[in-house]
Design a protein around this ligand. Structure first.
Ligand code: ZN
Ligand code: ZN
Length: 330
């Protein structure tokens, strides 16, 4: 095969690998249940109607039951199936992806760490590896149960401002809401994250996430559960507060989860989008602590002058986001 053929094959296999990783990553927290419910709600409701469950006025209730049960009145009937599906798939995917990267890079290519690793000379201790897997799993359990409950509620006709037909509000609003939700997510994430770097909150809550000085994919959701719930909360609340089409909502969620995993993987990864920082950007946040607070753009760090600079000194006790001068420049 010629050189061009080989190059083409190489880039095709890289592309296929990237697509597979993207889909695996998007499925890690039970959001796939939401995707299916959002996209196919009408078809699923028709299917349930065929099973003797009646659909009326956007809500589903069993025609054979004499009066609505507690679960029915909460619009949470069949909740066990939603939660079971969300939890089991989340765990299979989370472990599948994190173990996949772990074996591909950390085990089989450990001797080549200089070629692929952000911090080639340092690795997490086995104790911290166990810690991030346990803590990540706890949060994954919380996140996937919550996804299952929300999916069940919406599936049963629970009211939200989420809509499914672009024509309801037009393409202008669709594009606007996509950009606005992306900006909202990054704005909330930057300022919340920066707030958690205040000395008291850092020592009492956020430090739990920063014990991983060389993060791995497991670290992405390994943080204090209170902090995890805050990040989840402002995202999950959105479709109940403002009208948003299912696609922009899910796209931004999946986008930020995917890059959350890449950014913590410890593996050098260039992003395909010009505004998305390289994976070393957040890896440096774990290495240098109080700097590089953003996730999906450099904008807020540039705006607040909290980008890491080569001529400054950083450390776990150097708060404020701007480091301190080196001895030479003093
Ligand atoms: Zn941090
Ligand atoms: Zn992190």
């Amino acid at each position: 095969m010629g050189l061009i053929g080989e190059k083409l094959q190489d880039s095709i296999s890289k592309f296929v690998f990237m697509v597979i990783i993207f889909f695996l990553a998007t499925a890690t927290r039970g959001e796939w249940v939401l995707v299916i419910v959002y996209m196919f709600r009408d078809q699923l409701q028709n299917l349930l109607a065929g099973q003797g469950i009646q659909v009326s006025g956007g809500s589903v209730h069993n025609v054979t039951g004499p009066s609505p049960t507690l679960l029915e009145s909460l619009k949470l009937q069949n909740i066990h199936w939603f939660v079971l599906l969300a939890v089991s798939t989340s765990f299979i995917m989370y472990y599948g992806l994190a173990f996949g990267w772990h074996y591909y890079y950390y085990v089989n290519r450990q001797h080549l760490a200089k070629e692929w690793k952000c911090q080639p000379d340092k690795f997490l201790t086995p104790e911290n590896e166990r810690h991030e897997i346990l803590l990540g799993s706890l949060n994954m359990m919380i996140g996937s149960v919550a996804s299952g409950v929300i999916a069940c509620f919406i599936m049963n006709g629970g009211s939200s401002k989420m809509y499914y037909n672009v024509s309801e509000r037009g393409w202008g609003y669709f594009i606007f809401s996509l950009v606005a939700f992306f900006v909202y997510n990054e704005t909330m994430a930057y300022y919340l994250h920066r707030l958690f770097h205040n000395p008291w909150l850092y020592r009492n809550i956020h430090k739990m996430h920063h014990r991983y000085h060389q993060p791995t994919a497991w670290s992405a959701v390994a943080m204090h559960p209170a902090e995890f719930l805050m990040y989840q909360g402002y995202l999950a609340a959105t479709p109940f507060l403002v009208p948003i089409h299912a696609f922009p909502f899910l796209f931004v969620l999946l986008y930020s989860y995917y890059y959350g995993l890449c950014d913590h993987s410890g593996i050098n990864m260039e992003a395909i989008w010009p505004w998305q920082p390289h994976s070393r950007f957040h890896d440096n946040h774990h290495k240098h602590f109080h700097v590089n607070f953003g996730f999906n753009t450099y904008f807020f760090d540039w705006f607040h002058d909290t980008l890491r600079k080569e001529n400054r000194v950083y450390g776990e006790e150097v708060y404020g986001g701007r480091g301190k001068p080196t001895l030479k420049s003093e």
